[in-house]
Design a protein. Structure first.
Length: 219
């Protein structure tokens, strides 16, 4: 049975989605429309009781969570070189992926879905405002990571090829544009994201998910 990836357009599932395309894998992409509540359907909850994306299935095996799926796809397609083999470089890769997933990503969740953290409208507004301010600082930190990689002679964040860290950086900056952050304020990061979007496999995923790279609108 082929691999099957359950994804939501524009969500963090973009990361494994691009990995599978970059690897030239045979897989079935299955779109889950979060705005329609499809993640709460009994059929989907039978696959992932948490009602989250992404989910990767390989035959009867079900893998959830970005960190686990990235590791699994890397092991499944070692020739793609997604995760460095050198011990220190591998640790640095995991360090950055974890930071993106457990710090930057949740900060955007506070902006995008403040109702998950309070049922009080005034509190929700405060959470959203603070998260947007915090997110700007995190974009500065992400830009510093990109700048350091380029100064260090690395074209991509995780190695010699475009990979999951670059796809996640694209996703995070794209989300920032939805939060009123102008990506052009982060020159190196914005240039890196635009170059990532031009990689054919990344372009195919963006077209499949119908993604717009920049949502920023000047006030």
């Amino acid at each position: 049975m082929p691999l099957k990836l359950y994804y939501a357009s524009g969500a963090c599932s973009f990361v494994p989605h691009t990995m599978l395309e970059l690897a030239g894998a045979t897989f079935e992409p299955v779109a889950i429309k979060l705005h329609k509540g499809e993640q709460k359907n009994p059929e989907y909850l039978a696959i992932n009781p948490r009602g989250q994306v992404p989910v990767l299935t390989d035959g009867d095996q079900v893998i959830t969570q970005i960190m686990a799926i990235v590791a699994y796809v890397d092991a499944k397609f070692p020739e793609s070189g997604f995760v460095p083999k050198d011990a220190l470089a591998r640790a640095r890769f995991i360090e950055m992926l974890a930071w993106m997933n457990n710090t930057v990503h949740p900060t955007f969740t506070h902006f995008f879905m403040p109702d998950k953290f309070s049922d009080d409208e005034a509190a929700q507004a405060a959470i959203k405002r603070y998260a947007a301010e915090r997110y700007r600082k995190l974009m500065e930190e992400l830009q510093a990571q990109v700048t350091h990689a380029h100064v260090d002679g690395r074209d991509w964040l995780g190695g010699v090829h475009c990979g999951p860290l670059d796809a996640y950086a694209l996703t995070l900056l794209r989300w920032g544009s939805m939060a009123g952050i102008n990506p052009e304020d982060y020159v190196d990061l914005w240039a890196h994201v635009q170059r990532t979007a031009q990689v054919p496999a990344i372009t195919r995923v963006m077209e499949r998910e119908r993604l717009k790279l920049n949502w920023y609108q000047p006030v």
